[in-house]
Design a protein around this ligand. Structure first.
Ligand code: SF4
Length: 390
C-alpha cells in the first residue's frame, strides 16, 4: 500500500480537521493519496463541518427550464445548442415557461434553474420580463439560475455594464446564480473547449460582483475534456481565492463531460475514481465552501452514493426536466422515492432541502416516505426520446 510522506500526511490531517492546505498539497494528495485515506479525511472534514446533522444527506426538487437552445457561443463540449438561423433552433414562449413553473410547484418543486443558450437577441430585458412574470405567478419558486457567462452576454446585447445587469436581474426576481459556465477556469483547457466564452478570470470577476451585490451562487466544474490534474486543482484554487474575499459560493458541484453529439467526440472522459477523488479533494481543499454535491446525473447512481462517503453532503436534485447534459448522453434518471432510497442505502438519513440548504423534510422513518411517483426526473429534450423511469 502506498504511504504518504510525513508532510503530505500532515496536510491530509490538517484538512481533515477543517484546516487550510496549499494548492500544491492538494495536487499531491489528488495524485498520490490512497483512495481510502482521502475518503476518510474528507468524511472527517464533512462530519466536523456538519456536526449535529452529519448523518443527513440532502436532495432538492427542482426543474431546469431550458428557454432556448439558440446560442452564439458554440462550446465544443455542448450537444444542446443550435447556431442562430439553424432549423434546429427553438425558444419557449413565456406561457410555456410559466406552465412548466406551474407543474414544478404542483409536484413540490421549490427551485427552477433557467438555463439556455446565448441567444443573439436576449438582453437583460428578456430575463427581467421572464423573472417578473414567474415571481408574479409563483412567488414561492426560488429562481436559482444563470451564471457569469449569461450575464456577460446579456449585458453586451443590452449595452449595459455588468453591475447594472446583475442589479436589474436581482430586482426582477433572480434569487441566486447557479454558477453555470464555469466549465474549466484555467486558460488552456477553457480555450480548447469554449474558445468563445469569457476567460476564467472574467467569469470569476462577474461572480464576485454578484456576491458583492447580494446574489450568492453555487460553483461548478466540468471534468473530463482533457484537462490535466494540475488544471483541475487550479480550477478549485481560483474558486477558493474568490471565496476568501466574498464567501458567496454556497456549494461546489463537479460534474463529468458527456461524450455524445458534440465536437469533442468523446476523446476523453473522467473515470469514476477520478471523480470520487475530486469530490474528496474539493471537500478538503475548499474548507471555505459549505456544500459539496455529488452529480448522480452525470456519474450514475452508485457513484453518486459513493460520493456521500468521500465528502459530499448533497446528492443534487430530482430534476423534473433536464435537456443540456441529456443531449450529450447523460441518461441517468431517478425519482424522489429512488433518490431517498439511494441516500438511505448509502447509510445516511435523506432530507429534502431548499435552495439555502435548510432541511424541509427529514425522512427519518421509511414508513413515512412519500409514495408519490409523479416526482421523477425526465427529459423533454428535442434531441432524445422521452425515457420512462421503470
Ligand atoms: S454550453 Fe451554453 S454557452 Fe456553450 S454552446 Fe452550450 S448553450 Fe451555448
Amino acid at each position: 500500500m502506498v504511504s504518504l510522506g510525513t508532510e503530505l500526511q500532515d496536510a491530509l490531517d490538517r484538512a481533515a480537521d477543517g484546516g487550510r492546505i496549499s494548492e500544491q498539497e492538494a495536487l499531491e494528495l489528488y495524485r498520490h493519496a490512497p483512495l481510502h485515506a482521502l475518503g476518510r479525511a474528507a468524511d472527517a472534514a464533512r462530519r466536523k463541518r456538519f456536526a449535529g446533522t452529519a448523518d443527513i444527506a440532502t436532495y432538492i426538487i427542482e426543474r431546469n427550464i431550458n428557454y432556448t437552445n439558440v446560442c452564439v457561443t458554440a462550446c465544443k463540449f455542448c450537444a444542446f445548442y443550435a447556431p442562430p438561423k439553424s432549423e434546429k433552433g427553438w425558444s419557449r414562449d413565456l406561457d410555456e415557461i410559466l406552465r412548466r413553473c406551474g407543474e414544478t410547484v404542483q409536484l413540490g418543486g421549490t427551485q427552477i434553474m433557467f438555463q439556455g443558450g446565448h441567444h443573439p437577441d436576449y438582453g437583460v430585458e428578456y430575463y427581467e420580463t421572464a423573472f417578473r412574470a414567474i415571481k408574479a405567478q409563483y412567488p414561492q419558486l426560488v429562481i436559482h439560475s444563470l451564471g457569469a457567462s449569461e450575464v456577460q452576454h446579456m449585458a453586451k446585447v443590452s449595452g449595459v455594464g455588468i453591475e447594472e445587469a446583475i442589479a436589474r436581474l436581482k430586482t426582477a426576481g433572480l434569487d441566486s446564480f447557479a454558477g453555470a459556465g464555469a466549465e474549466l477556469l484555467p486558460a488552456r483547457p477553457r480555450n480548447v473547449i469554449a474558445p468563445l466564452k469569457e476567460s476564467g478570470e472574467r467569469w470569476l470577476e462577474i461572480m464576485e460582483s454578484a456576491h458583492r451585490l447580494g446574489l450568492e451562487s453555487t460553483s461548478t466544474m466540468l471534468m473530463g475534456t482533457g484537462e490535466t490534474n494540475t488544471e483541475r486543482i487550479r480550477h478549485i484554487a481560483m474558486i477558493r481565492e474568490v471565496q476568501d474575499r466574498t464567501g458567496g459560493f454556497r456549494a461546489f458541484i463537479p460534474y463529468t463531460y458527456q461524450p455524445e453529439n458534440n465536437h469533442l467526440k468523446g476523446r476523453t472522459q473522467a473515470t469514476t475514481i477520478e471523480y470520487i477523488r475530486m469530490i474528496a479533494i474539493a471537500r478538503l481543499f475548499l474548507h471555505n465552501v459549505a456544500h459539496i454535491q455529488g452529480s448522480w446525473l452525470t456519474v450514475g447512481k452508485e457513484a453518486g452514493q459513493l460520493t456521500l462517503h468521500y465528502g459530499a453532503d448533497d446528492l443534487g436534485s430530482v430534476m423534473l426536466e433536464e435537456n443540456v447534459v441529456s443531449s450529450a448522453g447523460a441518461r441517468h434518471r431517478s425519482n424522489r422515492m429512488e433518490l431517498i432510497n439511494l441516500i438511505r442505502t448509502a447509510g445516511r438519513v435523506p432530507a429534502q432541502r431548499d435552495t439555502l440548504y435548510n432541511h424541509l423534510v427529514v425522512h427519518t422513518d421509511p414508513a413515512d416516505d412519500p409514495v408519490d411517483d409523479q416526482v421523477r426526473s425526465h427529459i423533454a429534450s428535442t434531441a432524445l426520446p422521452l425515457v420512462e423511469v421503470g
